[in-house]
Design a protein around this ligand. Structure first.
Ligand code: SF4
Length: 380
């Protein structure tokens, strides 16, 4: 896509390296069904190879395009669900809250006939509604049932994992500490699983003032899109305060959040500026900016190329570009083109680690595809 650049890879071999392709938009109905449902989850855990040299920053103006960047498996799945639902059932399709936190994606789906609502009350009785990738509380599920809505659940499986953990700990009599941001849709949903025994904390300071009925029976969980460093500090503070605290079997922060942060950590020191493509309300995108700034490299969150202030580029020779998990590649391309026009002629893609993760579609969508007329090619 960007002519002149080299591709720089500095990752270790990954066990889950087998490529899994995104479903072809022009694929026929059965191809899509087979393609999107066969591989449910493959996660690469290989970290960056510290023995490999990062790019030399002494060269003239250039762009370091980080990889992995942009769409994660949960976002691809959620967007596919809305597209397939529109294709199969026709417009309008109601979607509770933003399907993913990206304005461009939401506007594009709205143009195709998706109607985004804040609350279930705004969906006509008996209509079809899709839950966003961030998940919903049991109260929302009940409300949908009371209104006889036809529900399609686009909750990311990695968010569902945290919900299941919350229910399990609550049933076992634990007090729950949920680490995350109170105003985020995901925390609202997870908190709703066990509201009577759950407290939300978002800082080490808040841990100090926590009070629980039995300090020997406490468990913690986290939002999936937090800063790795910040959550590590909060978990450490919790372990100091409640030495017997229980936690999830595997970290709740998802692979996509982790991989994008690790990529910034590995490259930020070779850049004068880090640009993160993503929307203001995207948690994982904001965390990428924080990672860069914490390493001493200026970082900005931008919705698209129009948000770039030319002042930021003064005296800058190397710009690292990445994107949050809900930001589409077309916006990244726009940013790189803008930088090209500003004299950043060389584009090097820096692959810090491979990423091959895919999630299957929910049964409501699989059934819808199966029962669609065979002559219809579902172009999603
Ligand atoms: S960022 Fe992580 S938790 Fe959120 S949708 Fe993507 S994979 Fe799922």
């Amino acid at each position: 896509m960007h002519g002149q650049g080299a591709k720089i890879q500095y990752f270790r071999a990954c066990a889950a390296q087998a490529a899994v392709q995104k479903p072809s938009r022009s694929a026929a109905r059965h191809d899509i069904l087979q393609d999107v449902t066969t591989s449910t989850l493959e996660t690469c855990t290989a970290g960056p190879d510290s023995t490999t040299q990062a790019p030399d920053s002494s060269k003239a103006k250039r762009v370091l395009l980080l990889k992995p960047r942009g769409f994660c498996a949960g976002v691809v799945r959620a967007i596919d669900i809305v597209r397939i639902a529109l294709e199969t059932f026709g417009a309008p399709i109601y979607v509770r809250r933003e399907i993913v936190h990206n304005r461009f994606v939401v506007n594009e789906l709205a143009e195709k006939g998706a109607i985004f609502v804040e609350d279930i009350d705004q969906v006509p009785e008996g209509a079809r509604v899709i839950y966003s990738a961030h998940g919903v509380s049991p109260a929302v599920r009940q409300h949908s049932k009371d209104r006889s809505l036809k529900v399609i659940d686009a909750t990311c499986p990695l968010v569902t994992k945290v919900h299941v953990e919350a229910v399990k700990f609550a049933k076992q009599g634990y007090s729950l500490v949920l680490i995350g941001h109170r105003d985020h849709d995901e925390i609202e949903g997870t908190l709703g699983e066990a509201p009577d025994v759950t407290q939300v904390v978002s800082s080490v300071e808040e841990v100090q003032t926590l009070e629980v009925p039995d300090p020997e029976r406490v468990a913690y969980l986290t939002q999936t899109t937090l800063s790795l460093d910040e959550s590590r500090d909060i978990i450490h503070a919790l372990k100091m305060k409640f030495p017997k605290i229980a936690g999830p079997h595997s970290q709740d922060i998802c692979y996509a959040t982790e991989n994008r942060q690790v990529a910034v950590k590995n490259v930020a020191h070779n850049a004068d500026l880090v640009l993160v493509v993503g929307s203001n309300n995207s948690s994982n995108s904001n965390r990428l900016v924080e990672v860069s700034r914490n390493l001493g490299t200026k970082g900005y969150l931008i919705d698209n190329s129009e948000a770039i202030d030319p002042e930021w580029l003064k005296g800058v020779s190397t710009v690292a570009v990445t994107a949050g998990a809900s930001a589409p590649e077309i916006l990244v391309e726009g940013v790189v083109s803008y930088l090209n026009a500003k004299g950043f002629g060389e584009v090097d893609e820096v692959e810090v680690m491979p990423e091959n993760v895919r999630f299957g579609l929910p049964p409501e969508i699989v059934q819808a595809i199966q029962s669609a007329p065979k002559t219809t090619a579902a172009s999603v």
